[in-house]
Write a protein that binds this ligand. Structure first.
Ligand code: ZN
Length: 475
């Protein structure tokens, strides 16, 4: 993209690497300022200026100029819960099974994947993320070989935090305990879990690293009190985040109620394992007496609206996310499984809130959850989540060349509800352009697809399954 430059840099202007001009800049700063004719200056991987195009163009002498042509410029989205290696399950398993019959497929899958499969899957998932405007993600604690995932993350150039590799030691979770369903490389084993807690935190020693680490338990009833306490202590000691699945649907919540003799969030609060560095995913079922435990702990809630709807959670619980968010809890969004794509979840959250009645969400709310909320859940609120001087330059520049971006009466509504991922043009992460014209600048995308298809084919052969088709397939 080129730009004519009607505004000349002023005397005394400073050099910068990149200047994004003529954007509808949605800053997400403390005052939520929007600059309809705005500019963002980037230098050494950081945002160095945000404001009106006239002001910023006068202050900086850029090496490169990017003309946003009036389209939206916003902080990159954060996907706060992704099973980043599991894209090869997409379309592989039957789609019409109940949850109990479905989860063993994942165990079979975990029992066959190798490091190359995890690398190829993560590569595809990360490519999908950046092309959809997601610049940072938190891995769900479901990767068997985090080093394989980390290599793929770096190749795509996305920001990430990786969790511990499937830690659990007791429990009711079908994937952890059913006789036919033990994951061989990650059995429910207290010694193994205690030994591996915090195994990814070494990545945080380098403050500039794109790939960070957090403490992760698998959760949903699969951790003893001893393991839960050890995980929280490990996270506290290293100023890290603790993530786990929690209170997903009626079955795991009933199991927790029975083993604790009370509702799980109450139990966790009394055990001292909740705090601002906790980021628990799903939290679809929160009873009245658990609300104070959630709000007073200042923990983050990672809402996966597609997963909630997919498993019919609304049949037994209306959910409280919009209400808790409006009461001040931090809510982030996660895509969870690959089934619906590693895409921003804002439109799902918006629609789910409306469908269930109760507290409603505006497009601004879901944009906050998708950016600031995710950053806060990952403990990265000082680094990312908004376009402000001093923050890392993780920026999405939209295209004006999609019908869904018009009219420009409310560009935030357009990008959350109508254009969604289709209008992503340029994606900048840590000051580096990783997507341009909608495509990766760092990778041969066709080679990524080929490598992933080959990996998936090998997995299917090892499992001895072929994807179902309800309709006749003519070869
Ligand atoms: Zn998950």
């Amino acid at each position: 993209m080129a730009s004519s430059s009607p505004v000349k840099p002023e005397a005394g202007s400073v050099e910068c690497d990149l200047l994004i001009r003529n954007g509808y800049v949605v800053s997400l700063d403390a005052d939520r300022r929007i600059f309809p004719n705005g500019a963002v200056a980037v230098g050494r991987g950081l945002i160095v200026g945000v404001g009106t195009d006239r002001e910023i163009s006068g202050r900086f002498r850029p090496r490169t100029v990017l003309d946003a042509r009036g389209s939206a410029v916003h902080p990159g989205f954060v996907d706060a819960h992704v099973h980043v290696t599991q894209h090869s399950t997409r379309g592989a398993f039957p789609d019409n099974l109940g949850f109990g019959n479905f989860t063993p497929y994942y165990t079979y899958w975990w029992n066959t994947v190798d490091d190359e499969d995890e690398y190829a899957g993560t590569l595809l998932a990360c490519l999908e993320m950046v092309r959809n405007g997601i610049t940072c993600f938190m891995e769900a604690g479901g990767v068997l070989e985090p080093n394989a995932a980390a290599a793929a993350v770096e190749a795509v150039g996305v920001r990430a935090s990786l969790g511990d590799p499937l830690l659990w030691d007791v429990g009711q979770h079908a994937m952890a305990t059913a006789d036919h369903a033990v994951i061989k490389r990650a059995p429910p084993d207290r010694q193994r879990a205690l030994k591996l807690l915090g195994s990814q935190l070494w990545r945080n020693r380098n403050a500039d690293s794109l790939v960070r680490g957090h403490v992760a338990l698998f959760g949903v009833g699969s951790a003893s009190d001893e393991l839960e306490r050890a995980a929280k202590a490990c996270a506290d000691e290293h100023h890290a985040v603790l993530s786990q699945h929690q209170s997903f649907k009626s079955d795991d919540v009933a199991g927790d109620d029975a083993r604790f003799g009370r509702h799980p969030l109450l139990h966790f609060a009394e055990a001292g394992v909740l705090g601002p560095n906790c980021a628990f995913t799903h939290m679809n079922i929160i009873r009245d007496d658990e609300v104070a435990a959630v709000t007073e702990s200042k923990m983050s809630l990672i809402w996966c609206p597609a997963g909630s709807m997919n498993w019919g959670v609304g049949a037994t619980s209306r959910g409280r996310m919009p209400e808790l968010y409006q009461q001040g809890s931090n809510v982030a969004l996660g895509s969870d499984s690959a089934k619906f794509g590693t895409t921003p979840q804002g439109v799902f959250a918006y629609l789910l809130a409306r469908d269930r009645g109760g507290a409603q969400l505006g497009v601004e709310d879901v944009l906050e959850m998708s950016t600031l909320g995710g950053a806060r859940a990952m403990g990265l609120q000082e680094q990312i989540g908004s376009l402000e001087p001093g923050k890392r330059a993780d920026i999405v520049v939209r295209s004006a060349d999609v019908p869904e971006a018009h009219p420009r009466l409310n560009p935030v509504q357009n990008l959350i509800l109508a254009a969604r991922s289709k209008s992503v043009d340029t994606v900048i992460i840590d000051g580096r352009i990783v997507v341009k014209g909608g495509h990766s600048t760092l990778l041969d995308e066709e080679a990524v697809y080929q490598r992933f298809r080959e990996s998936t084919e090998r997995i299917l052969q090892r499992l001895g399954i072929r994807p179902d088709s309800k309709w006749p397939v003519i070869e």
